[in-house]
Design a binder for this molecule. Structure first.
Ligand SMILES: *[C@@H]1O[C@H](CO)[C@@H](O)[C@H](O)[C@H]1NC(C)=O
Ligand SMILES: *[C@@H]1O[C@H](CO)[C@@H](O)[C@H](O)[C@H]1NC(C)=O
Ligand SMILES: [Zn+2]
Length: 305
């Protein structure tokens, strides 16, 4: 074999084996990591037709009366949560005693972990957008369908994973419930570091059950490689509040596996490719009040003209 061909083959093999995926914010021209647009080269599912996140166009969602509330199990249990800096984000491990049924999900689901997606320097960092608007941060609670024990096992089931998502809204006042999470992130600043939050309750950081009847539902994927198309997504209408001061401390503490500040950890929105986004009826109730109100208002305007 010609030496230069040999060298090229060797080089390309080398880059194929070592290329790690990264977010756009980590990528620079002299970097060998794969930014979101090139994830599919290494992880074919990332180029599939049911990818997440998406932009939700509220005027195009289908109201669905068959999307009942969830049944949350173990969300008020006191647990010890291990927090790990995974190099791309920080994962908060949940025990299998935290479970989920209802919500028109086809089975029983066990919690695995939760994590956040955020921006940086005052810019938003949610993954899902609503009518094109990106929100400051997004919480994902990952559940695996029984009897699967891992993402790899659940991967071939279109609803093998149930992902619950909450968007954050910026408020002037701190949300004191988040301080414990922010402090834990401060203890896992580098790739591979780990800490424990003792006496944690998931119900401390998410809104109460009665506020969770309104949600969007669609089928999609994990938002990090391998982008497994096995996710029943639930995005709640109800948001979680966070102050700009808290956002700043969240986005400035951790570092990527490359050593850079862990900022803008979100995948850009993906094409809907013909999928339908559903909205639960409880959400529709609010919507129909709005329609009625807008209707009444245009009648008034009509009379004035
Ligand atoms: C949490 O950890 C503490 C200290 O290791 C232990 O005493 C306690 O039993 C643990 N709690 C649970 C719910 O596992
Ligand atoms: C990041 O940490 C993980 C272990 O948590 C390790 O396997 C990986 O090699 C680390 N990456 C870098 C670039 O240090
Ligand atoms: Zn996520």
């Amino acid at each position: 074999m010609d030496f230069s061909v040999y060298l090229l083959t060797l080089l390309s093999l080398f880059s194929q084996c070592t290329a790690q995926w990264c977010y756009q914010s980590q990528y620079s021209c002299d970097d060998t990591c794969r930014d979101p647009i090139r994830w599919a080269a290494q992880f074919p599912s990332c180029g599939g037709l049911r990818q997440s996140p998406i932009n939700i166009v509220t005027t195009k969602v289908h109201v669905n009366g068959a999307l009942p509330p969830f049944n949350f199990i173990g969300h008020t249990n006191t647990i010890n949560v291990t927090v790990d800096n995974k190099g791309h984000s920080a994962h908060f491990a949940l025990p299998q005693s935290v479970r989920l049924t209802g919500g028109a999900l086809p089975g029983h689901y066990r919690a695995a972990q939760f994590h956040f997606h955020w921006g940086g320097n005052g810019r938003p960092g949610s993954e899902h957008t609503i009518d094109g608007e990106q929100f400051p941060m997004e919480l994902h609670i990952v559940h695996i369908k029984e009897p699967y024990g891992s993402l790899a096992e659940a991967e071939h089931d279109m609803a093998g994973i149930a992902l619950l998502a909450f968007l954050f809204e910026e408020t002037p006042d701190d949300n004191p419930q988040l301080d414990i999470v922010i402090a834990a992130l401060g203890r896992v600043q580098t790739n591979g570091s780990s800490t424990v939050i003792p006496d944690f309750r998931l119900s401390d950081i998410i809104p109460s059950d009665k506020d969770l009847h309104s949600y969007y539902r669609y089928v999609g994927s994990m938002t990090t490689p391998g982008c497994e198309q096995a996710v029943a997504w639930t995005l709640f209408h109800r948001m979680i509040s966070i102050s700009s001061r808290q956002l700043e401390s969240i986005t400035q503490q951790c570092r990527f596996w490359t050593g850079q500040p862990m900022m803008n950890i979100f995948r850009p929105t993906q094409p809907l490719d013909g999928r339908v986004v559903y909205r639960s009826k409880a959400g529709a109730a609010m919507g129909s009040v709005m329609h009625w109100w807008v209707g009444a208002f245009s009648v008034l305007l009509g009379q004035r003209v």
